[in-house]
Structure formats: structure tokens, C-alpha cells
Design a protein around this ligand. Structure first.
Ligand SMILES: N[C@@H](CCC(=O)N[C@@H](CS)C(=O)NCC(=O)O)C(=O)O
Length: 204
């Protein structure tokens, strides 16, 4: 089994690396070379027709795309420690928070990256005004997440660290890399980020 990925700050391969680190798994990774267009090569498109990373390649050559789907596969093979919840409620909450972070936060962060950031300017026809319009949307999503943490829970989906924290941390770190910082007043979200970043897996 091996992972096709990319170095940080690419957020999606990092999710799988953090997940594997939390599980204590040794997952060999091949960095695809996105700057050189490796993710759009015919070889890689045969692994993932969207030309994206990460992709997990199994020993028999079968592939799995989508970072959270890869993590679910690893969870099924290595259930401990549980990262997708342990009962009906915690499993539903993990799913709920992954979807909320993807749609409420990752979407505006991704749209800003594609349409307003200089590093992607040569890759597509940017609509800068649209791109910039995502800056306040991302900030609002972070402020909302901060409010959600007001009940004092330690982690995004409850009392246990898990997949929702990984998706949120990689998204928020990537947002910071492209200039979308956590709003100053979002103290609970910053404290959560400090807790998540202090885990050894965050270095992955
Ligand atoms: N929803 C996918 C997103 C994958 C994704 O967008 N990966 C980025 C790298 S972090 C990529 O390959 N971008 C190139 C592209 O979309 O063409 C996942 O969770 O794996």
C-alpha cells in the first residue's frame, strides 16, 4: 500500500499523513510533483481521473481517491484508536463536522486559492473579484466554528480527537498559508488549533 501525495502546504495529502501518524501507521508516500504537473500526467490520471492527490494505491493496484475516503479505509483496517467515532451518535457527529468543514470552510478557502491567489494565476482564468469575495465568507465560517466551540468541548466533533479535527486543521493551516488567517477575536478556535498543532501528528 502506498500514498501518492504532495508536500505541505497541500492540505488533502496532509490529512492522510496526520491520520496515519495518529494510528501509528507507516505509509510510504510518493510526492507527485504538482509544480511540475505530475498530478495531471496520464499515469496519475489513470489512478485518479480528476488528476488530484491524495490517492491510495493498494498492493493489488486498486486505488482510492478522496482524503476522507482513504482515512475511512485505513480506519476499517486499523480501528484503534477510533477516529470516526465509536457509537451511532459520535459517528454521525464526525460525519456532520467533516461535511460542515468541507462545505462551509474548505469551499471558500479553495475558491479564494483558485481565483485570487497569485500562485494559481497561471493555472486558470481567474475571476479576482469572485476570489476576493470568498475572503469574508471564510472568515465568517471560522467565526462560526469559534462560536460552536463555546460549549467547552475539546475537539471539533466532541470530546475525542478525530477526523473532523484533521480536516479542520489542514484546512485552517492552508488558509493561513494563502493569507486567510483565523480572525483575531476567534480565541476558542485559536486555542483548539494550538491543541491540535501540539499533537506530534501535526508535523506530518
Ligand atoms: N476532495 C479531495 C480534494 C483533493 C484535492 O483538491 N487535492 C489537491 C491537492 S491538496 C489537488 O490535487 N489539486 C489539483 C487539482 O484539483 O487539479 C480530497 O479530499 O482528497
Amino acid at each position: 500500500m502506498k500514498l501518492y501525495g504532495e508536500a505541505n502546504p497541500a492540505p488533502n495529502p496532509r490529512r492522510v499523513r496526520i491520520f496515519a501518524a495518529e494510528k501509528g501507521l507507516d505509509l510510504p508516500e510518493i510526492r507527485i510533483g504538482m509544480r511540475q504537473g505530475g498530478h495531471k500526467s496520464p499515469e496519475h490520471k489513470a489512478r485518479n481521473s480528476l488528476g488530484q492527490v491524495p490517492v491510495l494505491e493498494l498492493d493489488d493496484g486498486q486505488t482510492i481517491s478522496e482524503s476522507v475516503a482513504i482515512c475511512r479505509y485505513l480506519e476499517a483496517l486499523h480501528p484503534a484508536p477510533p477516529m470516526f467515532g465509536t457509537c451511532a451518535l459520535s459517528q454521525a457527529r464526525a460525519e456532520m463536522w467533516v461535511r460542515r468543514i468541507e462545505f462551509q470552510l474548505m469551499v471558500p478557502v479553495g475558491m479564494y486559492w483558485r481565483h485570487a491567489h497569485p500562485l494559481t494565476a497561471s493555472l486558470l482564468v481567474q475571476n479576482r473579484q469572485f476570489g476576493e469575495s470568498n475572503r469574508p465568507i471564510a472568515a465568517r465560517a471560522m467565526t462560526w466554528l469559534d462560536r460552536e466551540l463555546a460549549d467547552g468541548r475539546e475537539w471539533i466533533a466532541g470530546d475525542a480527537y478525530g477526523i473532523a479535527d484533521i480536516v479542520a486543521l489542514t484546512t485552517i493551516d492552508f488558509a493561513g498559508f494563502i493569507g486567510l488567517e483565523v480572525p483575531e477575536e476567534a480565541g476558542r478556535l485559536k486555542a483548539w488549533r494550538d491543541r491540535a498543532s501540539a499533537r506530534p501528528s501535526a508535523n506530518a
